[in-house]
Design a protein around this ligand. Structure first.
Ligand SMILES: *Cc1c(COP(=O)(O)O)cnc(C)c1O
Length: 343
């Protein structure tokens, strides 16, 4: 009798850049962190991280929050009143991926704008047209523009300081406040080689994630002026996001910030993956950052077939999404392309 032994291929996980595990350097920094009670006294390491991020983004103050979703909802709760409308590019995270909290917690009526300015963003003229004028007392009041850079579901699409400034001006001229969901703003800065603050200038609030490409286990930051961050701290507590010896987590965030430059490797790996997929006949646009979207006939089936080869991906916006990150190497990408020969 012949025995066949099935050896499952070593899994290579390209579902998201959130799956990275803190390495020994980061864990050591967490273990050594100076801590205090952040709710009572402001934890000292939290304070250092918040000041560093505020400086980096060009704001007066910043607040650590447990997740990007909480950073976004706190900002929207500060900006929106019931009966307000807010504008965001189609498929924005705040529209489709936060369980409707923009509406049921912040009380805002969402309006999706087309990506007529390029992948992931509207034209400035579209913002002006959508914002409209005052209208009668019973009209919705459009009060907020929420932009996203990189735009996740548009495939990690970026836009630069000039376009950002035009969109901010369009919003401002129309009386809108501006929020930036910059979960992967670090990727934009690295891809375009521009200062991060050039991508945030003029915003009222900005949210950035430490737990994606930068590899922290948990944490995002909300930046704004000092008065708004004071209010944001109250809202964070309302939502149950006040933590105690948060310095352990902030220490991971500080190490994460040292690693912004490493994102070039993720971008190079995404580019290699996209090229390899195209050579194998896949329909793939050139990635601008660390996200590769592939258009396939049946995304769900393709993801299952990939899983059989030990390649983990997800479906997003009717496509297959691969995300490169610090826990996959260039050799892993070569291995992925090798395995795809068998598909
Ligand atoms: C991941 C992500 C968020 C939310 O971050 P979580 O920490 O998962 O809550 C917000 N916006 C965008 C664009 C994201 O990709």
């Amino acid at each position: 009798m012949e025995l066949s032994v099935f050896v499952a291929p070593r899994p290579i996980d390209l579902r998201s850049d959130t799956i990275t595990r803190p390495d020994s350097v980061m864990r050591q920094a967490m273990a050594d962190a100076e801590v205090g009670d952040d709710v009572l006294d402001h934890d000292p390491t939290m304070a250092v991280l918040e000041e560093r991020v505020a400086d980096l983004l060009g704001f007066e103050a910043a607040l650590w929050v447990p997740s990007g979703s909480m950073g976004n909802i706190i900002a929207l709760m500060l900006h929106l009143q019931r009966g307000d409308r807010f504008l965001a590019p189609e498929h924005a995270h705040v529209l489709g991926s936060e369980l409707g909290t923009a509406a049921w917690l912040a009380g805002g009526m969402p309006e999706a704008l087309p990506h007529d300015g390029g992948p992931g963003r509207p034209l400035a003229s579209t913002v002006r047209a959508a914002a409209g004028g005052g209208g009668p007392y019973f009209a919705l009041r459009t009060t907020l523009l929420s932009l996203e850079n990189t735009h996740n579901f548009a495939g990690g699409a970026v836009f630069g300081p000039d376009e950002w400034a035009e969109l901010v001006a369009a919003g401002r001229d129309s009386g809108l406040r501006i929020h930036l969901d910059g979960a992967r703003l670090w990727n934009t800065a690295v891809a375009l080689d521009v200062p991060i603050a050039s991508l945030t200038a003029g915003a009222d609030t900005v949210q950035v994630c430490l737990s994606k490409g930068l590899g922290a286990p948990v944490g995002s930051m909300l930046a704004s002026d000092a008065a708004r961050i004071h209010e944001a701290r109250r809202v964070r507590k309302m939502l149950g996001g006040g933590v105690r010896q948060g310095g352990v987590l902030a220490a991971a965030g500080l190490v994460a910030l040292d690693r912004i430059g490493d994102l070039v490797e993720d971008h190079a790996n995404a580019s290699t993956l996209a090229r390899g997929l195209r050579e194998r006949g896949w329909e793939v646009a050139e990635p601008q950052t660390n996200i590769v979207l592939a258009a396939v006939a049946d995304p769900v089936r393709t993801v299952t077939e990939l899983a059989d080869l030990g390649i983990a991906a997800v479906t997003v916006a009717g496509k297959v999404r691969f995300v490169t990150h610090r826990d996959v190497s260039a050799a892993d990408i070569d291995e992925v392309l090798e395995r795809l020969r068998r598909m």
